[in-house]
Design a protein around this ligand. Sequence first.
Ligand code: ZN
Length: 351
Amino acid sequence: MKKVFLGMAALAFLFASCEQDPNQEITSEQQEAQVDMSDFYLYTDSSDEKRSDNAAEKCYSMKNLNRLLNENKGLHEKMYNIEKNTRSILAKSENAKGGKPGGGGGGTEPPVTDNLGVVNIPVVVHVVYSNAQQNISDQQINSQIDVLNADFRASNNDVNSIPSEFANDVADSEISFTLAAVNRYSNSTSQWGTNDAVKAQYPPVNPSTTLNIWVANIGGGILGYAQFPGGPASTDGVVISPQYFGTTGYVSAPFDRGRTATHEVGHYLNLRHIWGDGRCRQDDFVADTPDSDGPNYGCPSYPTVNCRSTDMTMNYMDYTNDACMYMFSEGQKARMRTIFMDGGPRTGFVN
Ligand SMILES: [Zn+2]
């Protein structure tokens, strides 16, 4: 699929070239215009979230995005431009390495090079509880920060479980997390739902320089949801139900290893679900994550084949159990890091 789009981009480029003065040098702006956005999408069909009726919907991020797009007229254009900037950075990186022009929707391999070093993200955790159990301990919160640091630096102790087919794809994302503050709020609301009511009640702290995480009971079987880059500052961050946060204390198997936060922070850093929230032909905009037609659940056996390729079921952006997801890919790393670079939506963390 990516090759088709690349081919279309190359054709479009050739066509455009014919109309130009052949002696005229191609400017960097024209090079940016080669970025192929033809496969970009924002709205997704909620029926694609499940492969079967008895499969649980774990993450509400894409439906939350649908809602935000409806409520914010300029959001579609803003997110389109964020994507275009990401693809432009990746395409330039590819060109610098002698690759083909364009870059299309597939991201790039090898990953973008940058001089950002390890990007540290300060985290404020808002614990909103209606009973003592939900008022999770500092120890539980710290266990979650530890998981985020391990997973985003590929120092998680299950990283060696990756099948050899994907062993070369695993990435140290060079993103770290530091707990900046914990705010605790008692509130009689027992289920907050997915409409950001908890954020309205307890607004984010410095969202341009801080990751805000609300640990509050969502209800409806939803583990968590995130807001993608570009959304309103007043609701920027991640919401996770307390029993799926961290690895100790009030946690509930099989989502008791802190991977819900890893997954949701992945969205917060602009990663899509591994199956692209559509069928085989809809992509997650990352080249080294194989196409899939839907989420995987539980702990799938290897290899699980869909769309004529092996699903990367052990990727954090699938829906598998915490114990069965243990990697981000190099392409996902490249995609995440562009949002901290020039023109990106989260440069506040590095400037
Ligand atoms: Zn998700």
